[in-house]
Design a protein around this ligand. Structure first.
Ligand code: AN7
Length: 360
């Protein structure tokens, strides 16, 4: 293979693949961990298990380099920050943004400071930030408090904010919509995703809309956003002072992109709903048990939304339904071990004991 051919065959991240749709040019020095190009997996067993007669596809964003969709936005945010000469990146995070920022900052040789709600981020995400050398500040407060502090830090002019209030993050994240259209040949009929700070629903709708305007897809999906019942400010129409949910990634009471989420739902004739922690855990276990796809609880919020809509008869038969599974199950091993349907069985180290335990 010639060099030209081999370099075309290798995936080298969302910026190179979708440069024509992003604020970059040939001179841009790209910071990438080769994020994106995540699998869009058809899920017939899961669809059947919930009684759906639609074509269900799962966009497995947990397969990104740091295990969540955040990497799509972070590659661009860190690329642009370094280009501008920033020295310190900061973010508030429920975990995944901090894991991604820490990794891309290390990759770029920049300093990173993350503000996380004390005791409320999943173990895997904390491990990622620490291993990549980010200064990790555990704030005695929730995500909303941490984000307010980050906004104030931004005003000092001494740091670069890499939360999704940085519009460049949204630009990077919209590439997931491009990939889905490229894989399906058009946009899906419905697009389900979890909503926390509401950056991702904003990004997907921007991506679909731009692809449509560019003639790259003929249709647009209905955007179907779901929040956890204990942290559902957009659904309830008011900020939540003390958000609580098993889906710790979306334990957010005052989303930054609230208005643009509502705009996406309105423009796409979509829907925003909420699901209980019990429904989230049911969906969490079902995805792993029926398809072998292990996601973190926040990702299961979108699936719980599909189940709720299916039961309410809101999804037409024969339609194409895409669900973004935002983060990998290994992010939060504690919740998995605590709620798994199966638990380990301890046996003596002999064949008879193993066979007895197996029931053979
Ligand atoms: C797995 O990491 O807000 O609605 O600080 O980690 O764009 O906020 C994470 C959010 C869904 C919600 N699924 O996305 C953070 C953070 C997972 C997440 C969301 C998050 P947005």
């Amino acid at each position: 293979m010639s060099n030209e051919k081999s370099s075309r065959a290798i995936w080298s991240g969302v910026i190179r693949r979708y440069a024509a749709h992003l604020p970059v040019d040939a001179a841009t020095s790209i910071v990438t961990l080769h994020e994106g190009n995540t699998p869009l997996v058809r899920a017939p067993r899961l669809a059947a298990a919930i009684g759906g007669k639609f074509d269900l596809h799962l966009k497995c964003e947990g397969l990104n380099p740091t295990g969540s969709f955040k990497d799509r936005g972070m590659t661009l945010a860190v690329t642009k920050a370094r280009e501008r000469g920033a020295k310190v990146l900061v973010c508030a995070s429920t975990g995944n943004t901090s894991a991604s920022a820490a990794a891309y900052a290390a990759r770029a040789g920049l300093r990173c400071v993350v503000l996380i709600p004390e005791g409320k981020i999943a173990l895997g995400k904390l491990a990622q930030a620490l291993m990549c050398g980010a200064m990790t500040l555990q704030v005695r407060g929730n995500f909303d408090t941490a984000l307010a502090l980050v906004r104030q830090l931004g005003e000092t002019g001494e740091v670069e904010i890499v939360n999704s209030i940085n519009p460049v993050r949204i630009e990077g994240q919209k590439t997931a919509a491009f990939e889905i259209c490229d894989a399906l040949g058009d946009a899906p009929d419905y697009h389900f995703l979890p909503v926390g700070n509401a950056g991702n629903i904003t990004a997907y709708w921007k991506g679909y809309s731009e692809y449509h305007a560019a003639g790259e897809c003929d249709t647009l999906p209905r955007m179907m956003g779901f929040q956890a019942a204990g942290a559902a400010p957009i659904v309830d129409g008011a900020p939540v002072a003390h958000p609580e949910t098993v889906a710790a990634a979306i334990r957010i009471g005052n989303p930054a992109s609230w208005q643009s989420a509502n705009a996406a739902i309105a423009a796409s004739s979509g829907h925003i709903g909420k699901v209980t922690d019990a429904a989230i855990l049911e969906a969490y276990k079902l995805a792993a048990a029926t398809e072998g796809i292990f996601v973190e609880p926040a990702s299961a919020v979108a699936l719980a939304g599909v189940i709720q809509c299916q039961r309410a008869g809101l999804i037409d038969d024969g339609t194409i339904v895409v669900v973004t599974l935002t983060g990998h199950g290994l992010k939060d091993p504690d919740t998995a071990v605590q709620h798994a349907a199966v638990q380990p069985v301890t046996v003596e180290p002999d064949l008879a004991a193993v066979k007895a335990a197996m029931g053979i």
